[in-house]
Design a protein around this ligand. Structure first.
Ligand SMILES: *[C@@H]1O[C@H](CO)[C@@H](O)[C@H](O)[C@H]1NC(C)=O
Ligand SMILES: *[C@@H]1O[C@H](CO)[C@@H](O)[C@H](O)[C@H]1NC(C)=O
Ligand SMILES: *[C@@H]1O[C@H](CO)[C@@H](O)[C@H](O)[C@H]1NC(C)=O
Length: 386
C-alpha cells in the first residue's frame, strides 16, 4: 500500500507537471452498472444469458443469469430484493462479467459493488483490471462469506491503479476449487460504480497521517444506507481508503457516510465491525526520539449498535503505535443513537517509520435482533510529533 500510494502520488505529480489539466474525476455507476437495461431476449434462455454481449455494456462469460427482484433463489429459496433498481446478475461457477473503462492513465480508482451470497458458504469474487483483450489477471479475491447486513446484500470496495487509459474491469466468481454441486449457483452482483481516488494530502496542523478524517474513500451510493465494506488487503495492494490499510485475515471494516450514520467529523468515518479481527493501519515517517501524540474520535454510528448498561460490554477502541509503552483504550458506552468521545496516545517515536493501529477489542451486534455485526466508529485521527 505504501509503495502503491507513493507511486500514485508520483504519478499524479507527474501529470500535474506534464499537463496543466486536471484529471477528470469519475464518480458514479458504470454504464448499466445497475443492470437495469435488460439483455436482448433472443440471447437468453429463461433467466440464463446465452450471448456474451446480451447485457448492454457488459460482456458475460460462463453461467450468468439475469435475475429480477423478488424471485426465488435456487439453493435456499431465499427471496432477495435487489439493492438498485429491480435487476441483478448471478455469477455461476467460473462466470464473469466485464466492462471496458476509459480512465486517466496513472490515476487511482475505487470500485464499489453490491453482492449477495446465495448458495455457497464461502463464495468468493475476484476483481481485476486487465489491459483490453488481455487474458484475465490473477486479481484479488474478495471473500464474501460473511454477511453483515440484514438485507443479505453488502457493498464492497476495491481499488486499483490504472496503468493504461483503457482497461477492462472483470468481476469473476471462482469455482471454489472443487466441483460445484450446481454450476448455476453463485453470488448475485449489482450496483457497480467507480470513483477517482485522490491520494490524500497530509492535513494541516502538523498531522502526519494521511486521510485521518477518512473523507477520501470509495463511492457510496446516495441511496445506500448500509455503508461500504472495505475488505482486508495485502501491504502492496491499493487501498480504497487512501493512506489506510485494513489488516485482517478475512474481515472488513465498514465505511459510513453522514447521510445515513452519525459521523464524528466531516461526512465520512469508519465503523469497526469485526472486533479484534480487523484493524486500521497506517505507517508514517517519523524522527526517532520525537514526542508524538495520537488523537482520535470514538463514537457510535447512530445505527442501533447498543453497548451500554449492565448486560453489555461498552465499546472499546484500542490505539497502538510502534514505540508506545502500551496501547491506549477508549471506552464508549453506546446507546446506538450517535455521539463520540476523544482518545489519545502519547509516545516517543522509536524509528524513522511509525505504524499506528486502531481496532475494536469487542464484538457487537445490532439491537434490532438481526444479528448484523456493528461496532464503534473511529474518525478524525491525528498524529503530531515534535
Ligand atoms: C438481439 O440479438 C439478435 C441475435 O443475436 C440480433 O440479431 C439482434 O440484432 C439483437 N437485437 C438488438 C436490439 O440488439
Ligand atoms: C434452454 O434450456 C433448457 C434447459 O436447460 C434446454 O433444455 C433447452 O434446450 C434450452 N433451449 C435452447 C434454445 O438452448
Ligand atoms: C531508517 O532506519 C533504518 C534502520 O533503522 C535505516 O537503515 C534507514 O536508512 C533509515 N531511513 C531513513 C530515511 O532515515
Amino acid at each position: 500500500m505504501v509503495v502503491n500510494g507513493a507511486r500514485c502520488v508520483a504519478a499524479l505529480l507527474l501529470l500535474a507537471f506534464t499537463a496543466a489539466r486536471a484529471v477528470p474525476d469519475v464518480d458514479g455507476p458504470l454504464l448499466n452498472g445497475n443492470f437495469e437495461y435488460p439483455p436482448n431476449r433472443s440471447q437468453m434462455n429463461g433467466t440464463r444469458v446465452t450471448g456474451a454481449h446480451a447485457i448492454p455494456y457488459w460482456k458475460a462469460t460462463g453461467p450468468v443469469e439475469y435475475v429480477e427482484s423478488g424471485t426465488d433463489q435456487p439453493g435456499d429459496g431465499m427471496v432477495l430484493p435487489v439493492p438498485e433498481g429491480a435487476h441483478a446478475v448471478r455469477l455461476g461457477s467460473g462466470a464473469s462479467v466485464r466492462q471496458q473503462l476509459s480512465l486517466t492513465r496513472g490515476a487511482c480508482y475505487s470500485v464499489t459493488f453490491s453482492a449477495a451470497r446465495t448458495c455457497g458458504q464461502s463464495e468468493r469474487l475476484r476483481l481485476s483490471v486487465v489491459p483490453v483483450d488481455a487474458a484475465d489477471a490473477p486479481g484479488r479475491e474478495l471473500p464474501i462469506q460473511t454477511v453483515y447486513s440484514a438485507s443479505g446484500w453488502d457493498s464492497y470496495a476495491w481499488a486499483f491503479h490504472a496503468e493504461q487509459g483503457v482497461v477492462t474491469l472483470v468481476i469473476h466468481h471462482g469455482d471454489g476449487g472443487g466441483a460445484a454441486e450446481d454450476p448455476a449457483c453463485g453470488p448475485l452482483v449489482d450496483a457497480v460504480a467507480i470513483k477517482t481516488l485522490h491520494p490524500a494530502a497530509q492535513a494541516a496542523g502538523g498531522n502526519l497521517l494521511r486521510n485521518g478524517d477518512f473523507e477520501e474513500g470509495p463511492y457510496v451510493a446516495p441511496g445506500s444506507a448500509c455503508g461500504v465494506l472495505v475488505p482486508p488487503m495485502d501491504a502492496d495492494a491499493m487501498s480504497p481508503l487512501p493512506g489506510w490499510m485494513v489488516m485482517s485475515y478475512s474481515k472488513a471494516a465498514k465505511y459510513v457516510d453522514a447521510a445515513h450514520y452519525a459521523v464524528p467529523c466531516g461526512s465520512r468515518a469508519v465503523e469497526l465491525i469485526a472486533g479484534v479481527e480487523a484493524a486500521l493501519v497506517q505507517e508514517v515517517d517519523t524522527v526517532p526520539g520525537s514526542a508524538c501524540r495520537m488523537e482520535f474520535s470514538v463514537g457510535d454510528a447512530g445505527d442501533g449498535c447498543v453497548a451500554c448498561g449492565p448486560e453489555q460490554q461498552p465499546m472499546r477502541v484500542v490505539a497502538a503505535a510502534t514505540g508506545a509503552q502500551g496501547p491506549a483504550t477508549v471506552e464508549y458506552h453506546s446507546s446506538g443513537k450517535g455521539g463520540h468521545a476523544r482518545g489519545e496516545l502519547a509516545f516517543t517515536a522509536e524509528g524513522n517509520r511509525t505504524r499506528v493501529v486502531l481496532y475494536s477489542s469487542g464484538y457487537h451486534t445490532m439491537a434490532d435482533g438481526s444479528g448484523s455485526l456493528c461496532g464503534p466508529v473511529v474518525d478524525d485521527v491525528s498524529l503530531v510529533c515534535t
